[in-house]
Design a protein around this ligand. Structure first.
Ligand code: DX5
Ligand code: ZN
Length: 279
Protein backbone atom coordinates (compact mmCIF):
# COMPACT_ATOMS: atom_id res chain seq x y z
CA UNK A 1 0.00 0.00 0.00
CA UNK A 2 1.53 3.26 -1.06
CA UNK A 3 2.06 5.93 1.55
CA UNK A 4 0.89 9.43 0.70
CA UNK A 5 3.40 10.85 -1.73
CA UNK A 6 4.56 14.40 -1.24
CA UNK A 7 3.02 15.53 -4.45
CA UNK A 8 4.29 18.84 -5.70
CA UNK A 9 0.83 19.97 -6.54
CA UNK A 10 -0.32 19.52 -2.98
CA UNK A 11 2.75 20.89 -1.32
CA UNK A 12 3.04 23.86 -3.62
CA UNK A 13 -0.56 24.86 -3.88
CA UNK A 14 -0.19 27.24 -0.99
CA UNK A 15 2.45 29.69 0.13
CA UNK A 16 5.47 28.05 1.77
CA UNK A 17 5.46 27.91 5.52
CA UNK A 18 8.49 27.22 7.66
CA UNK A 19 8.88 23.58 8.63
CA UNK A 20 9.75 22.66 12.21
CA UNK A 21 13.43 23.27 12.65
CA UNK A 22 14.14 21.10 15.66
CA UNK A 23 15.29 18.16 13.55
CA UNK A 24 17.15 20.37 11.13
CA UNK A 25 14.37 20.67 8.60
CA UNK A 26 12.04 17.77 9.20
CA UNK A 27 9.58 17.47 6.37
CA UNK A 28 5.93 18.20 6.90
CA UNK A 29 3.53 15.39 6.08
CA UNK A 30 1.47 16.15 3.00
CA UNK A 31 -1.84 17.85 3.74
CA UNK A 32 -4.48 15.17 4.13
CA UNK A 33 -7.25 15.26 1.60
CA UNK A 34 -5.93 18.40 -0.07
CA UNK A 35 -7.21 18.67 -3.58
CA UNK A 36 -4.40 18.60 -6.11
CA UNK A 37 -4.05 22.16 -7.27
CA UNK A 38 -2.15 23.94 -9.95
CA UNK A 39 1.26 25.08 -8.96
CA UNK A 40 1.71 28.79 -8.66
CA UNK A 41 3.42 30.26 -11.66
CA UNK A 42 6.53 31.06 -9.69
CA UNK A 43 7.66 27.47 -9.48
CA UNK A 44 11.18 28.05 -10.72
CA UNK A 45 13.64 25.55 -9.31
CA UNK A 46 17.30 26.37 -8.91
CA UNK A 47 19.60 23.49 -9.94
CA UNK A 48 22.62 23.27 -7.66
CA UNK A 49 24.59 21.79 -10.54
CA UNK A 50 25.02 25.33 -11.84
CA UNK A 51 25.93 26.82 -8.46
CA UNK A 52 29.36 27.82 -7.27
CA UNK A 53 29.98 24.94 -4.90
CA UNK A 54 32.40 26.86 -2.71
CA UNK A 55 29.69 29.45 -2.16
CA UNK A 56 26.77 27.06 -2.13
CA UNK A 57 25.60 27.85 1.40
CA UNK A 58 25.46 31.57 0.76
CA UNK A 59 23.86 31.19 -2.65
CA UNK A 60 21.25 28.79 -1.33
CA UNK A 61 20.37 31.07 1.58
CA UNK A 62 20.06 34.01 -0.78
CA UNK A 63 17.75 32.13 -3.15
CA UNK A 64 15.60 30.79 -0.36
CA UNK A 65 15.24 34.31 1.00
CA UNK A 66 14.28 35.43 -2.51
CA UNK A 67 11.40 32.93 -2.52
CA UNK A 68 12.73 29.86 -4.30
CA UNK A 69 10.18 27.11 -3.75
CA UNK A 70 12.34 24.21 -4.94
CA UNK A 71 15.97 23.28 -5.13
CA UNK A 72 16.86 20.94 -7.97
CA UNK A 73 19.59 18.34 -7.47
CA UNK A 74 20.91 16.92 -10.74
CA UNK A 75 22.40 13.47 -10.48
CA UNK A 76 24.59 12.08 -13.25
CA UNK A 77 26.14 8.60 -13.17
CA UNK A 78 28.77 8.94 -15.90
CA UNK A 79 26.84 6.36 -17.92
CA UNK A 80 23.32 7.48 -18.75
CA UNK A 81 24.97 10.87 -19.06
CA UNK A 82 28.70 11.39 -19.31
CA UNK A 83 29.15 13.69 -16.32
CA UNK A 84 29.23 12.34 -12.80
CA UNK A 85 27.13 14.95 -11.07
CA UNK A 86 25.66 15.55 -7.63
CA UNK A 87 24.35 12.72 -5.50
CA UNK A 88 22.31 11.99 -2.38
CA UNK A 89 25.01 13.43 -0.14
CA UNK A 90 24.27 16.83 -1.65
CA UNK A 91 20.51 16.37 -1.28
CA UNK A 92 21.06 15.46 2.38
CA UNK A 93 23.24 18.51 2.98
CA UNK A 94 20.76 21.01 1.56
CA UNK A 95 17.53 19.39 2.75
CA UNK A 96 17.48 20.93 6.26
CA UNK A 97 17.74 24.59 5.19
CA UNK A 98 15.48 23.98 2.19
CA UNK A 99 12.78 22.45 4.36
CA UNK A 100 13.21 25.06 7.05
CA UNK A 101 12.39 27.64 4.38
CA UNK A 102 9.28 25.68 3.39
CA UNK A 103 10.75 24.68 0.02
CA UNK A 104 11.22 21.30 -1.65
CA UNK A 105 14.17 19.15 -2.65
CA UNK A 106 13.64 18.01 -6.23
CA UNK A 107 16.07 15.34 -7.46
CA UNK A 108 16.58 14.73 -11.17
CA UNK A 109 18.14 11.31 -11.68
CA UNK A 110 20.08 11.14 -14.94
CA UNK A 111 21.18 7.61 -14.14
CA UNK A 112 20.67 4.08 -15.39
CA UNK A 113 18.52 1.80 -13.27
CA UNK A 114 17.07 4.67 -11.24
CA UNK A 115 15.05 2.28 -9.11
CA UNK A 116 18.27 1.22 -7.37
CA UNK A 117 18.69 4.69 -5.89
CA UNK A 118 15.21 5.68 -4.72
CA UNK A 119 15.70 4.73 -1.10
CA UNK A 120 18.94 6.71 -0.88
CA UNK A 121 17.17 9.86 -1.98
CA UNK A 122 14.27 9.28 0.37
CA UNK A 123 16.73 8.87 3.24
CA UNK A 124 18.50 12.04 2.16
CA UNK A 125 15.29 14.01 2.58
CA UNK A 126 14.23 14.39 -1.04
CA UNK A 127 10.61 15.40 -1.59
CA UNK A 128 10.43 14.56 -5.25
CA UNK A 129 12.39 12.24 -7.55
CA UNK A 130 12.29 12.43 -11.32
CA UNK A 131 13.89 9.63 -13.34
CA UNK A 132 14.47 9.27 -17.05
CA UNK A 133 12.02 7.20 -19.01
CA UNK A 134 14.87 6.04 -21.24
CA UNK A 135 16.72 4.60 -18.22
CA UNK A 136 13.95 2.61 -16.56
CA UNK A 137 12.84 -0.88 -17.54
CA UNK A 138 9.45 -0.52 -15.87
CA UNK A 139 8.48 3.13 -15.42
CA UNK A 140 5.14 2.33 -13.80
CA UNK A 141 6.83 0.25 -11.15
CA UNK A 142 9.47 2.93 -10.60
CA UNK A 143 6.77 5.55 -10.08
CA UNK A 144 5.09 3.27 -7.57
CA UNK A 145 8.33 2.74 -5.69
CA UNK A 146 8.97 6.47 -5.48
CA UNK A 147 5.47 7.01 -4.13
CA UNK A 148 5.91 4.14 -1.69
CA UNK A 149 9.01 5.93 -0.41
CA UNK A 150 6.83 8.95 0.34
CA UNK A 151 7.99 11.21 -2.49
CA UNK A 152 6.47 12.77 -5.57
CA UNK A 153 7.43 11.06 -8.83
CA UNK A 154 8.39 12.49 -12.17
CA UNK A 155 9.31 11.08 -15.57
CA UNK A 156 11.87 12.95 -17.63
CA UNK A 157 12.26 12.69 -21.38
CA UNK A 158 15.22 13.58 -23.54
CA UNK A 159 14.56 15.85 -26.51
CA UNK A 160 14.59 12.81 -28.84
CA UNK A 161 12.00 10.82 -26.89
CA UNK A 162 8.47 11.02 -28.18
CA UNK A 163 5.63 12.65 -26.34
CA UNK A 164 3.70 9.45 -27.03
CA UNK A 165 6.15 7.48 -24.93
CA UNK A 166 5.99 9.99 -22.09
CA UNK A 167 2.21 10.02 -21.99
CA UNK A 168 2.06 6.26 -22.05
CA UNK A 169 4.60 5.96 -19.25
CA UNK A 170 3.09 8.69 -17.10
CA UNK A 171 -0.13 6.74 -17.03
CA UNK A 172 1.45 3.28 -16.82
CA UNK A 173 -0.11 0.16 -15.46
CA UNK A 174 2.06 -1.79 -13.05
CA UNK A 175 2.61 -5.51 -13.22
CA UNK A 176 0.18 -5.74 -10.30
CA UNK A 177 -2.45 -4.16 -12.48
CA UNK A 178 -2.80 -0.88 -10.60
CA UNK A 179 -2.73 2.27 -12.64
CA UNK A 180 -0.15 4.77 -11.49
CA UNK A 181 0.32 8.31 -12.62
CA UNK A 182 3.44 10.40 -12.52
CA UNK A 183 3.02 13.69 -10.72
CA UNK A 184 5.32 15.47 -13.14
CA UNK A 185 6.57 14.99 -16.68
CA UNK A 186 9.89 16.75 -17.14
CA UNK A 187 10.44 17.84 -20.72
CA UNK A 188 14.15 18.38 -21.26
CA UNK A 189 14.89 21.49 -23.26
CA UNK A 190 18.58 20.61 -23.55
CA UNK A 191 20.37 17.29 -23.89
CA UNK A 192 20.69 16.05 -20.31
CA UNK A 193 24.06 16.22 -18.69
CA UNK A 194 25.36 19.77 -18.32
CA UNK A 195 24.29 23.21 -17.23
CA UNK A 196 24.85 26.14 -19.54
CA UNK A 197 23.50 24.74 -22.82
CA UNK A 198 21.21 26.68 -25.11
CA UNK A 199 17.45 26.17 -24.89
CA UNK A 200 16.13 23.91 -27.65
CA UNK A 201 13.12 25.82 -28.94
CA UNK A 202 11.21 22.70 -30.04
CA UNK A 203 10.55 22.12 -26.34
CA UNK A 204 7.71 24.62 -26.41
CA UNK A 205 5.66 22.60 -28.89
CA UNK A 206 6.39 19.43 -26.94
CA UNK A 207 5.13 21.04 -23.75
CA UNK A 208 1.94 22.07 -25.52
CA UNK A 209 1.38 18.54 -26.79
CA UNK A 210 2.06 17.08 -23.35
CA UNK A 211 -0.41 19.53 -21.83
CA UNK A 212 -3.09 18.47 -24.31
CA UNK A 213 -2.59 14.80 -23.63
CA UNK A 214 -1.74 14.44 -19.95
CA UNK A 215 -4.32 14.32 -17.17
CA UNK A 216 -5.05 17.77 -15.81
CA UNK A 217 -3.31 17.09 -12.52
CA UNK A 218 -0.08 16.01 -14.17
CA UNK A 219 2.39 18.86 -13.96
CA UNK A 220 4.84 19.68 -16.72
CA UNK A 221 8.35 20.79 -15.88
CA UNK A 222 10.88 22.21 -18.32
CA UNK A 223 14.59 21.85 -17.62
CA UNK A 224 17.56 23.31 -19.39
CA UNK A 225 18.62 26.60 -20.89
CA UNK A 226 15.50 28.35 -19.63
CA UNK A 227 15.90 32.11 -19.61
CA UNK A 228 13.74 35.16 -19.30
CA UNK A 229 12.83 35.07 -22.98
CA UNK A 230 11.42 31.51 -22.75
CA UNK A 231 9.31 31.51 -19.62
CA UNK A 232 6.15 33.21 -20.75
CA UNK A 233 5.73 31.07 -23.84
CA UNK A 234 6.49 27.89 -21.90
CA UNK A 235 3.90 28.83 -19.29
CA UNK A 236 1.39 29.62 -22.03
CA UNK A 237 2.07 26.20 -23.54
CA UNK A 238 1.22 24.56 -20.22
CA UNK A 239 4.39 24.25 -18.19
CA UNK A 240 4.06 25.04 -14.49
CA UNK A 241 7.52 24.10 -13.27
CA UNK A 242 10.79 25.43 -14.55
CA UNK A 243 14.41 24.59 -13.87
CA UNK A 244 16.83 27.41 -14.58
CA UNK A 245 20.49 27.01 -13.71
CA UNK A 246 22.80 29.31 -15.59
CA UNK A 247 20.13 32.04 -15.71
CA UNK A 248 20.21 32.08 -11.92
CA UNK A 249 23.64 31.00 -10.76
CA UNK A 250 25.70 32.44 -13.59
CA UNK A 251 24.06 35.79 -13.06
CA UNK A 252 26.22 38.21 -11.08
CA UNK A 253 23.71 37.95 -8.24
CA UNK A 254 21.68 34.69 -8.20
CA UNK A 255 18.83 36.28 -6.24
CA UNK A 256 18.52 38.98 -8.88
CA UNK A 257 18.66 36.38 -11.66
CA UNK A 258 15.87 34.50 -9.93
CA UNK A 259 13.82 37.67 -9.51
CA UNK A 260 14.23 38.48 -13.21
CA UNK A 261 12.85 35.05 -14.10
CA UNK A 262 9.87 35.55 -11.81
CA UNK A 263 9.18 38.88 -13.45
CA UNK A 264 9.46 37.31 -16.89
CA UNK A 265 6.65 34.90 -16.10
CA UNK A 266 4.32 37.88 -16.14
CA UNK A 267 5.33 38.83 -19.64
CA UNK A 268 2.82 38.05 -22.39
CA UNK A 269 3.59 35.00 -24.52
CA UNK A 270 4.04 37.30 -27.49
CA UNK A 271 7.54 37.93 -26.15
CA UNK A 272 8.81 35.11 -28.33
CA UNK A 273 12.50 34.93 -29.07
CA UNK A 274 12.46 31.65 -30.94
CA UNK A 275 10.77 32.35 -34.27
CA UNK A 276 11.07 28.72 -35.34
CA UNK A 277 8.56 27.73 -32.67
CA UNK A 278 5.09 27.05 -34.00
CA UNK A 279 2.66 29.86 -33.28
C1 DX5 B 1 20.94 19.47 -17.36
C2 DX5 B 1 20.32 19.54 -16.00
C3 DX5 B 1 19.74 20.86 -15.71
C4 DX5 B 1 20.74 21.97 -15.69
C5 DX5 B 1 20.03 23.26 -15.90
O1 DX5 B 1 21.26 18.18 -17.66
O2 DX5 B 1 19.28 18.59 -15.90
O3 DX5 B 1 18.98 20.85 -14.51
O4 DX5 B 1 21.49 22.01 -14.50
O5 DX5 B 1 20.96 24.27 -16.06
P1 DX5 B 1 20.76 25.33 -17.24
O6 DX5 B 1 19.54 26.12 -16.94
O7 DX5 B 1 22.01 26.13 -17.22
O8 DX5 B 1 20.62 24.56 -18.52
ZN1 ZN C 1 17.91 18.81 -14.13
Amino acid sequence: MASSPRRWSRRWSSAPTPAPSGGGGTKDPPPKGAAPGRLPADAIAAPLYAAGLLRLGDQLASLLAAGTRAVHVDVGDGHFVDPIALGPIVAAAVAPPVHDAGALVDCHLMVDEPERHIDQFAAAGADHVTFHLEASRDPGRTIGRIHDAGMGAGIAIRPETTVDAAVEAATATTSAGATTTADVVLCMSVHPGMSGQSFLPGATARVAELRRRLPDDGQIQVDGGVGTSDLAQLAAAGAALFVAGSSVFWHGDPAVGFAELLAALDRPPAARDHPEDPA
